[in-house]
Write a protein that binds this ligand. Sequence first.
Ligand code: ZN
Length: 656
Amino acid sequence: MKSLWNDDEAANFSGDINQRVYTSRLLGREPALVLHGGGNTSVKIREMNLVGEDEDILYIKGSGWDLEKIEAAGFAPVRLDHLIKLAKLPQLSDAQMVNELRTQMTRASAPTPSVETILHATLPYKFVDHTHSDAIVAITNTASGHERIRELYGDTVVIVGYIMPGFDLARQCAEQFAREATPKTLGMVLLNHGIFSFGATARESYERMIELVTRAEEYLKSRKAWDISVRATPPDNFSPRDIATLRRDISTAAGKPMIVARTQNERTAGFISRPDIQRLSQQGPATPDHIIRTKRAPLLGRDVASYSAAYRAYFERHAPQAREPKTMLDPAPRVVLDRELGMLCVGNTAKDAHIVRDIYERTIDVIQQAEALGGWVALPEKDLFDMEYWDLEQAKLRSGSKAPMFTGEVALVTGAASGIGKACVESFLARGAAVIGCDINPEITTLYKRADFLGIVCDVTREDDIANVLRAGVAAFGGIDMAVLNAGVFPGGNRIESLSTADFKRVLDVNLNANLSWMRELHPYFKLAPRDGRLVVLGSKNVPAPGPGAAAYSASKAALTQLLRIAALEWGMDGIRVNAVHPDAVFDTSIWTPEVLEARAKHYGMTVEQYKRKNVLKTEVTRRDVAEMCAEMCGPLFAKTTAAQVPIDGGNDRVI
Ligand code: ZN
């Protein structure tokens, strides 16, 4: 591992706290050191307070900040003297500790200090860095981890056996450090957890971390335990329906819809194909820090019910008797390893599922390195349970906000690159859904860069394209629960006497026939939707009130509405709801350029403003209005409504 220190960059960070920010970010850039919030750093600074007294302040990473993106505001200032006194107490509960940390801060708006604050306080160095280095974790998760660390570092590190993070660990570290540290000491290794380094400057502490970790990596290399991952060709023809079925089972076990993201590459396929996969994968995570994300072990295969039963038994075995009522994380797996489906990662949201994926991909490497070194041995189940339970309690303390309506659900929108379709994507994303957007316009693929959006190019008249969207969408998110069939064409005015059969058919192909294909192919996924499937189709004011010159369009939308009514009858027994919106005069779409608007307004002898509000309510209907209606039709408000046709047109006297 190379030091990323750069004199020019560092020069932009003047003063102790900014130097602390700089090297914390350097650590954060290295996923083999810290991943998704792991690791923490601190600096001790003497400052004068408002009443003119000098105080030693420990600036420690606050919870909710990632090292990679940390700023000065992400460090919580805590009075050091008080922390040192706390470290000498015989005991301190988690709740007491959090209270002491928060009430000893000198900036009320600072984030809650890390649970490792007291540990940082007791180390007698200005700068302290802490990471959950993969190489250290691989070496210490072996039967002779302690001896190996001693062999590797000699007397330059203090070695502390595994204790769960919190006050007891801080006390143990302080005691051992006071006894065992010498002028040669460069760091401290916590078995099955990670490593500390320290120094008089930010650079010294950071570069010692890099040096210590590099030595651990060299150690793995010298024992042929470095680049050891087994590779295999990933099977390519997975069944999307099998994934959706598995997701339904996982969501049932979790008691809520979950996102399931598929990953399949040579490394994961290689791991899954190992003959010893059962033994290796079922012991526990690489570091207990990851347990709430990945659970103790992945599900091998697809038997979710047995996994849940085993999880409940594990909880009952270890649940602390004193606390009532016991809270349990839902018994659904977070990682599934299956020979055909690949590695599937599970989360409340797509972002969560991706975090699980990142963590488990590293776990796969660490497990195989430790195995090559002499045998992977995770922590005992009881220690893992304690950490999981503790994490859960911590998460409860932190969480307060209610999840958005469609959290864990997946929506598909056709014609999603612009206009009403794009507005629908935004309405569903805003309600917490993961969204598959398809469009014939290639811009769809880069419309949004976020974990919960997948844009795919699709010509809806090609059934191959539709199959491709479903396959990629289900691989990304695990299923499809809701769809808005919006893609359509509106050809210019053309009276029947001059309407060619070819033109008529072309409109029906897009506006009607393609939607039959979508509905037929979506039905199996709707049946597997954890909260039942929902479909919304874009009709038109022209269905109840057609106008001259739009025969193909009006006929296609009327037939589509009839198709929807049949679907409501046929799919009701599966709990699937289908509804339609009939928008009219939605002018903020690309068809309505300012020139066209002006010409139409002139035609009616109106201003553009008057023309836009040419309806009973004298109101303007926007694409967002239509999109919000489509999203709400998939929500609880319309839970008991199917086959409804809702106008969204400001009131049209011909429709009324
Ligand atoms: Zn830690």
